[in-house]
Design a protein around this ligand. Structure first.
Ligand code: ADP
Ligand code: MG
Length: 620
């Protein structure tokens, strides 16, 4: 095929612009990124060749070569990995395939220049960091059995593609270094950077260095720059915390230390070693991309895959690390491997380990746990809804606001149960958007008087999580804005006395499902609740916000009135004297409207509401 010139996609242009014009620090990470791509490419072909040997083309001597050409001013990173075809080059080096790129770009703009390079690596656009040091980049590549292709760009908006002869399978990335970045041609510099960022890369990273032999003739010697240790296979006592940290950074491209490192050996029906990390903050790729990256699975040091759901359930996708097992079959397809019984056992074991580590963190280092929870809480909530086998453990990891916690402090379900007075049998909660608004809700009045604690759920998914959990250790989770009030029934006499008013409300406010007298309220006159089994006001608002309006029929609620309230007593007298008193119409509507406002909903007809209020104020 002939030469062609193509345009980068818009977002990529913006990204390249940012890289070229604003990244001056941490420039050396470009090498880490390109080596990491080379290493990934080798892993891919090595794994595929296990079931298709022809891919090797006789070359299975895995190697990443760095070639510094002082005269030409170029640094080449060369690998004998999987290689790219013309199509894959366009797909991978001409667009950003990941979703959420726009959000990522925004994030990048507001991040300090210091941390930007790391974001680039984490987001999975590492290749483009080449333009931090090069004003022209050429990528020459060939897949097994395919044709050589060359991609060239100055990062300004266009790239060219051409067919080229390429003898060996794999990829050469040729960087034409900027005038100020010629240091990256020096052996000492390359040694230093590889040692710092890529020491754990499993494949040899070699540098050609010129030396003189005994007869003073120039010879080129290959020097391996990285130690290539499989850290996870070594015993804990030999590993320093710096080494654990370095390996974490190597795996994740994170600039922070991990929050927790767990390195263990599982024996029993399936043997494996695992080195797991719990990051201190939410990994970037989880926030802005459809990432399926998870733990890296090795079988006897051979990298097999890093798909998230294979080794841990999806909700634990924030956990990073490596698992290596000699008990898994090496020469089978991914599909067969994924279904193998030992892998299932490993997954169960790892899941338990992560959950118990978090539980320990929660008990022993609560402040750290709260920080972790602020970042990763949503994943645990996702798990609480999905993972039935670990439902209770996950519920135990959740933190909540309540009527008995101070602002900014949290309670667990276990602590809540611990505090329950003897006459309380269920766990009560109220969901909404803000703690201070919830605290003012009339719905709390009756519970406050009983000294029954109410959990205040302020995170949008909480209510869904609670509905899905249903129970916590045999105790029902009960929404206080639904169904009847548990602590006290209204006696028959009061029921009878207030019947005319209740009837008037029912007939004059057809939007209501029902009206009743209740003991729920102490200070307020009225409140709206949902019927048992219906949707709460908070859930209804959530659904409508998510654009489910059309599918959602209008939700009718129940108006509860407080028989002790002087205003209700007055209306009761009015309704008893003359159920047809014209004033009742307006009063009853006003009652309903104030209940709507207090639950955070909109008054259906604000004009009429204002008019009724005005009339009331004009009256002597
Ligand atoms: P990431 O590595 O996170 O996918 P990069 O921007 O570093 O993001 O690379 C983009 C893609 O380009 C890679 O996923 C890979 O498909 C392809 N690629 C880059 N370098 C190589 C290489 N040396 N060999 C084969 N494919 C490569
Ligand atoms: Mg990469």
């Amino acid at each position: 095929m002939s030469a062609e010139t193509m345009q980068f996609k818009t977002e990529l242009k913006q990204l390249l612009h940012l890289i070229i014009h604003s990244l001056y620090s941490h420039k050396d990470i470009f090498l880490r990124e390109l080596i990491s791509n080379a290493s990934d490419a080798i892993d891919t072909v090595r794994f595929q060749s296990l079931t298709n040997e022809s891919l090797l083309e006789g070359d299975g001597d895995w190697k990443i070569k760095l070639i510094a050409d002082e005269a030409a001013g170029t640094l080449t990173i060369s690998d004998n990995g999987i290689g790219m075809s013309r199509e894959t080059i366009v797909e991978h080096l001409g667009t950003i395939a990941k979703s959420g790129t726009r959000a990522f770009l925004e994030k990048l703009k507001e991040t300090s220049a210091q941390q930007r390079p790391d974001l680039i690596g984490q987001f999975g656009v590492g290749f483009y960091s080449a333009f931090m040091v090069a004003d022209k980049v050429a990528v020459r590549s060939r897949m097994a059995g395919g044709e050589g292709v060359e991609w060239v760009s100055d990062g300004q908006g266009e790239y060219t593609l051409d067919s080229v002869p390429k003898e060996k399978r794999g990829t050469d990335v040729v960087l034409h270094l900027k005038a100020d970045d010629k240091d990256f041609l020096k052996s000492w510099k390359l040694r230093e950077i590889v040692k710092r960022y890529s020491d754990f890369v499993e494949h040899p990273i070699v540098l050609d260095v010129e030396t003189e032999d005994e007869s003073k003739a120039k010879v080129v010697k290959e020097e391996t720059l990285n130690a290539r240790q499989a850290l996870w296979l070594r015993s804990k006592s030999e590993i320093t915390s710096e080494q654990y940290e370095e390996f974490y950074k190597h795996l994740t491209h994170d600039y922070d230390k991990p929050l927790k490192t767990v390195h263990y050996n599982a024996e029993g029906s399936v043997e494996f070693r695992a080195l797991l990390y719990i990051p201190a903050h939410r990994p970037m790729d989880l926030m802005y991309a459809d990432s399926n990256k998870g733990l890296h699975l090795y079988i006897q040091r051979v990298f097999i895959m890093d798909d998230c759901e294979t080794l841990l359930p999806r909700y634990l996708r924030f956990v990073r690390g490596v698992v290596d097992s000699p008990d898994l079959p090496l020469n089978v397809s991914r599909e067969l491997l994924q279904q193998s019984a030992p892998l299932e056992k490993i997954k169960t074991n790892l899941t338990n380990k992560v959950l118990s580590t978090l539980d320990e963190l929660k008990r022993k280092e609560n402040e750290q746990y709260i920080k972790f929870y602020e970042e990763m809480g949503p994943f645990l909530k996702e798990g609480a809804c999905q993972d039935w086998s670990n439902k209770e453990k996950l519920a135990d990891l959740l933190l909540f606001d309540s009527t008995k916690t101070d602002a900014g402090k949290f309670t667990t379900l276990a602590d809540y149960v611990e505090r329950m007075p003897g006459d309380q049998t269920e766990i009560y909660y109220l969901a909404g958007t803000q703690r201070d608004l919830l605290l003012q809700s009339p719905l709390l009045e009756g519970y406050k008087e009983k000294n029954w604690e109410v959990l205040l759920l302020t995170d949008a998914p909480d209510e869904i999580v609670f509905e899905s959990l249903g129970l916590y250790k045999t105790k029902h989770l009960k929404a206080i804005d639904k169904g009847g009030f548990d602590a006290g029934k209204v006696d028959d006499e009061t029921q009878k006395k207030f019947a005319p008013l209740v009837d008037a409300i029912k007939s004059k406010v057809p939007e209501l499902k029902d009206a009743r007298v209740s003991k729920r309220l102490k200070e307020s006159a009225v409140v709206l609740v949902a019927d048992e089994g219906d949707m709460s006001a908070n859930m209804e608002r959530l659904m409508r916000r998510m654009g489910r309006d059309k599918a959602l029929p209008e939700q009718k609620r129940i108006l509860e009135v407080n028989p002790e309230h002087p205003m209700i007593a007055k209306l009761q007298r009015l309704a008893t004297l003359d159920a047809n008193d014209a004033r009742l119409d307006g009063f009853v509507r006003l009652l309903y409207d104030q209940a709507l406002i207090s639950e955070g909903s909109k008054v259906k007809d604000p004009q009429a509401f204002a008019q009724r209020l005005n009339e009331l104020m004009l009256r002597d």
